[in-house]
Design a binder for this molecule. Structure first.
Ligand SMILES: *[C@@H]1O[C@H](CO)[C@@H](O)[C@H](O)[C@H]1NC(C)=O
Ligand SMILES: *[C@@H]1O[C@H](CO)[C@@H](O)[C@H](O)[C@H]1NC(C)=O
Length: 362
């Protein structure tokens, strides 16, 4: 049996009769997918050829519903999305929205609309549930096992910025802000510094709390994100957003855990940024800058561009006096029980001039 036959068997009456009233006969009601999967949402309409048929994503803020397609043309610039229009016969046609490489941000409600006249639309909705990839297969089991042991619901790699264990240096200098404001480092780009995508540019959530590091910072700790890798702004931004969502909503951190993140194309994303305390390496957060390479470097080597970006960022930090002149660079695995930043990246950073075998006080 082909699709049309199956659908025709279950059509609402309005779709079976001879009436010429446009109607939505069928819509994919619900789909459950993992991040990275592909989904097709189908809207099957009757006698709607003279009326625009659209797919719209309904957002939590209803003023920001996003029009994805009208007719057979796509309204957004995202190559993961495509629209297919097919006339099944002179009465019925389908509008199929395909989303490839599903991201967490695709989770939500989609509506198919037939626009009859101003104030007169017919609408049906479709719900897409996006599940995270099962963690075990994502390549860094130790980090996650460590992460969810212990009394705190924060993982041990995150630590707590205000924990006394966390900070022998300068504990008293940290200033939790009562009403944190979104601070973007507009001044993060001096002449000798690489371009940094600010929090505003990647549309970060506001932090719940902000803590400050004592300057200059002595250590750089290199991590990997154990997410997909990315090599362009459009692909990296959703990953950075997902990491922040994961850290804030699931791990219950105050903000994204890293100070900076680096994409495969060498783009640098401001995490908590310079002179703020991240939550990436228990015991070191308040005296280090955590730089996370996006991807899983147990499995493959970092790109030359990403490596160069990190090295430029470190030189930039030194020139801005954010980092000590003799800042030491470590892999996360040198100071805690984790596979991060992955064997390939660890081998790479061992060749950097600032790499050190161990912090003096460990
Ligand atoms: C967005 O979609 C919701 C659900 O259909 C609707 O209630 C709301 O009015 C829409 N907002 C706009 C601005 O069209
Ligand atoms: C996904 O969307 C559903 C409703 O469409 C919502 O209840 C759920 O919280 C969302 N999940 C995430 C992770 O945003």
């Amino acid at each position: 049996m082909n699709f049309v036959t199956v659908v025709l068997m279950t059509l609402p009456l309005v779709c079976l009769g001879q009436t010429k009233t446009p109607s939505i006969c069928y819509i994919t009601k619900e789909q459950i997918k993992y991040i990275g999967d592909t989904v097709e949402l189908q809207c099957f309409v009757k006698t709607a050829e003279y009326f625009p048929v659209s797919w719209v994503k309904i957002n939590r803020d209803p003023d920001w519903n996003v029009s994805l397609s009208t007719g057979n043309s796509l309204r957004i610039r995202d190559s993961r999305f495509s629209i297919r229009h097919k006339n099944l016969d002179s009465t019925y046609s389908t509008y199929t929205l395909q989303i490839k490489d599903i991201q967490e941000s695709d989770n939500g409600t989609y509506k198919c609309e037939v626009f009859l006249a101003i104030g007169n639309k017919i609408t049906e909705i479709s719900v897409l549930h996006v599940l995270p990839q099962p963690v075990v297969t994502s390549g860094n089991p130790i980090q996650f096992i460590v992460a969810f042991q212990g009394k705190s619901n924060k993982p041990s790699w995150a630590g707590q910025p205000h924990s006394p264990h966390n900070n022998q240096h300068g504990h008293g200098h940290q200033k939790p802000q009562q009403n944190p404001v979104e601070i973007t480092s507009a001044n993060a780009q001096t002449d000798s510094c690489p371009t940094i995508f600010t929090r505003k540019q990647w549309r970060a959530r506001k932090p719940l709390k902000v803590y400050y590091n004592l300057l200059p910072v002595e250590y750089i700790i290199i991590h990997h994100t154990v997410t997909e890798s990315c090599n362009m702004e459009r692909k990296c931004i959703p990953i950075v957003q997902n990491i922040q969502n994961y850290h804030m909503s699931d791990v219950k951190l105050d903000d994204i855990g890293y100070n900076f993140l680096i994409g495969g194309d060498g783009s640098i994303f401001e995490g908590v940024g310079w002179h703020k305390t991240g939550a990436h390496t228990y015991g070191y957060n308040s005296r280090s800058i955590g730089i996370a390479f996006m991807g899983n470097f147990e499995n493959y080597a970092p790109t030359k561009k990403a490596v160069q970006a990190a090295r430029d960022l470190i030189e930039c930090g030194i020139s801005k006096k954010e980092l000590s002149l003799n800042v030491k660079v470590f892999a996360a695995l040198q100071v805690q029980q984790t596979l991060s930043p992955g064997e390939n990246l660890y081998e790479e950073i061992k060749t950097w001039p600032h790499w050190a075998e161990a912090p003096e006080d460990s």
